[in-house]
Design a protein around this ligand. Structure first.
Ligand code: NOJ
Ligand code: CA
Length: 683
């Protein structure tokens, strides 16, 4: 532990000249990554405002950018500040995930804790904690209780990230009506207006950078507003009433993160977001069960069944039994049933006030269905669509989870279908407030849900969630979430996800954590009432998605009859695991393609998945991830030579061959195609 007092401040206008003349350490607090390549520098400007920069190999990743907090009714932490003292700490630990894309995670970083105080007037102070890893940085504000700060309303966070205007950015627009369910844009950074994070950037020198946050708890999420000159400023989600964030000191903000890699795949192989989250708070979580599920779901999205009661009601006892029998026949763990409870009749998205999470529709017998599932070694997957009314759900939550627990249900998919800024909450005066999905009220609600669920050994898969910031480490029952355009957009009620979407998600949304994308559609013209609607995908690509999109729970989303018509391809979905010993992104470029290899947990077997955008592609990779000396039987599911998503999507070649460490493999993919491989180690 090193301690230094009274680190001098730096003046940004003099900075450039000074940089050329003097070693950095003399004028500012700085901390470097374990490998020495990344340097985080902290200093103050002429006004005593706190500024920072991040460099890699001497080149700016984040150029001088301001920091600070502004409060309603309390003096800001904005200017007149000095770095009072610093403490340095090294950390190297390997920790184990209960489930995940890899079992063991190494957390190796250098930490600098700076005490920042006001230079004059009554004392106000806070701590600024920085962690620098070989794959990026995280930093946060920690405000202790003090006479000036007790109850606080954070009006604005001043953190900015100055990036090169000419960098290429991939992002979805922030704070819109459709939450995070939007198409990615690829634009020069200067053309970002307001972006959700993760924002992914490629710099002109080929560096890849992702700006995001980790451990978003009891705080508002931020979007990034472009202030010009490459300055991306944190803009906290507003609250229904008052300041974006209200809390009491002591408090700490979520980590603000910048992941940095030479190649695009470097971002995918980074564990920085998880490493910045607190360890598991739930104790024994052996009841959190990764696995695969089917469900009464796609039929509603393609218009073949309804959520509400009526002649085509999907969630009937008889239909649920049929799905359970199918799941049992093919070894699935769960069966999701949507539309079983009261609230789905009429215009369902408007039923937030009246939905019941305990009353069944008359044609659905929960006890009988759960009993049938238990007899067949399958579990029901519960469903709570809140229609965006947080309070109606919270009032019924204990009873609703108790009911599911009684019926042996271990996973609940929740839903928050409401426009951005239109979640409903009844405040302490019973006044209706409207909240954002990433506002502090929603963030609190999601954590409350996890805690109530955990008491009943239930895991949560949130649709229309807040963005993923790695809280699955702290609450391992947050087993998956949506928070991007998933397969549902391909059902024909919207323009489908373009081919580049699946080649963009790993480098953007998935950097935050798992996604319940729900792959596996075999009938690629799924809407009977609109036969010209075609999903831009080949059949082989639908298999590859189980490997390229990480989630510990994966749905086989199509209707049972479409799987039974293609047992050859279906075999991959039956075989592929959802929990991994390790995962390696082998090759790829943002928005173009991705190739992943993953080793199954408790096994020597490997799986490979690759998807491309609208361009056909051939990539050669080395199988150097396989164990030397072992022989593997590889079952390859590839696009047929004549495959084409538009004219010949079902053309698939399934072949078995022997492979070993050191072999090279050529992955040929059709436009909007893909490849999936199962590699079984010889016994
Ligand atoms: C949107 C979810 O993403 C989808 O999976 C679900 O079926 C509907 N809401 C209804 O809850
Ligand atoms: Ca959705």
């Amino acid at each position: 532990m090193q301690k230094s007092k009274g680190v001098p401040s730096i003046a940004p206008k003099a900075l450039l000249l000074a940089l050329l003349l003097a070693p950095l350490g003399a004028r500012a607090a700085e901390v470097s990554s374990p490998d020495g390549r990344i340097v985080f520098e902290l200093g103050t400007d002429d006004d005593g405002g706190l500024v920072y920069s991040v460099k890699r190999d001497g080149a700016a990743i984040i150029d001088d950018s301001p920091l600070g907090l502004e409060f309603e009714h309390s003096a800001p932490l904005r200017d007149g500040l000095v770095i009072d003292s610093t403490e340095h700490r090294s950390h190297d630990e390997t920790w184990e995930q209960p489930w995940g894309e890899r079992r063991l995670v190494r957390d190796r970083h250098e930490e600098l804790l700076a005490r920042i105080k006001t230079s004059s007037g009554p004392d106000r102070h806070f701590f600024f904690r920085i962690r620098v890893f070989d794959d990026g940085v995280g930093f946060r504000y920690e405000v202790p209780e003090q006479p000036a700060y007790r109850e606080l309303a954070i009006a604005d966070e001043l953190t900015e990230f100055r990036v090169p205007n000419e960098a290429t950015a991939w992002f979805i627009p922030g704070r819109g009506w459709n939450r995070y369910e939007l198409l990615y844009r690829e634009l020069p950074a200067r053309e970002i207006t307001r972006a959700h994070t993760p924002v992914t950037l490629r710099y002109e020198d080929g560096s890849h950078v992702s700006i995001h946050e980790a451990a978003l708890r009891d705080y508002a999420g931020f979007v990034l507003d472009n202030r010009g000159g490459g300055m991306l400023k944190t803009d906290l989600a507003p609250a229904g009433q008052g300041a974006p964030v209200s809390l009491e000191a002591p408090f700490k903000t979520p980590w603000r993160t910048v992941q940095i890699a030479s190649a695009a795949t470097g971002l995918l192989n980074s564990d920085l977001i998880l490493n910045l989250n607190e360890p598991n708070l739930l104790g024994d979580v052996s009841w959190v069960e990764p696995g695969k599920y089917v469900g009464i779901w796609w039929a509603m999205h393609v218009g073949a069944a309804s959520w509400g009661t009526g002649p085509t009601h999907g969630a009937t006892t008889a239909n649920a039994r049929r799905y359970i029998d199918f799941a049992a026949r093919h070894g699935f763990d769960g069966v999701l049933v949507e539309g079983w409870n009261v609230g789905w009749d009429d215009s369902w998205s408007a039923n937030g006030d009246t939905a019941s999470f305990v009353k069944e529709h008359p044609d659905f017998d929960l006890a009988a269905v759960a009993g049938h599932a238990a007899e067949h070694g399958v579990r029901l997957v519960g469903h709570h669509e809140t229609f965006g009314n947080l309070s109606n759900y919270e009032q019924q939550m204990a009873a609703a989870f108790d009911l599911y627990e009684q019926h042996g249900i271990r996973q609940v998919k929740t839903g928050y279908v409401a426009g951005g800024g239109e979640l409903v909450r009844s405040d302490e005066h019973a006044k209706r407030q409207h909240e954002w999905h990433d506002g502090q009220a929603a963030v609190r609600h999601f954590e409350y849900t996890l805690r109530e669920a955990a008491k009943r050994r239930i895991s949560i898969n949130t649709h229309e969630p807040v963005k993923a910031t790695g809280l699955r480490r702290t609450f391992p029952n947050w087993i998956s979430r949506e928070g991007a355009r998933g397969m549902e957009y391909n059902a024909g009620w919207s323009l489908p996800n373009p081919p580049a979407h699946a080649a963009t998600l790993p480098y953007t949304r998935l950097l935050g954590g798992p996604m319940d994308f729900t792959p596996g559609i075999f009938n690629l013209t799924p809407r009977e009432s609109n036969p010209s609607h075609r999903i831009p995908s080949t059949l082989a690509r639908q298999l590859a998605l189980y490997v390229t999109i990480y989630s510990p729970i994966q749905m086989a989303a199509d209707l049972p009859q479409h799987y039974e018509a293609r047992p050859d391809a279906f075999e991959f979905i039956v075989d592929v695991p959802t929990d991994w010993e390790q995962s390696v992104a082998l090759a790829g470029e943002v928005g173009d393609y991705v190739v992943y290899a993953r080793q199954a947990r408790d096994s020597r077997d490997w799986y490979l998945g690759a998807v491309t955008n609208e361009d056909p592609r051939s990539i050669t990779i080395e199988l150097d991830f396989l164990s030397p000396g072992l022989e593997y039987s590889a079952t390859v599911y590839r696009d047929g030579d004549e495959a084409d998503w538009n004219s010949n999507p079902y053309s698939i070649e399934i072949e078995t061959r022997s492979v070993r460490h050191g072999d090279t493999l050529t992955i040929g993919m059709a436009a909007a195609g893909g490849m999936a491989i199962r590699m079984e180690a010889a016994k």
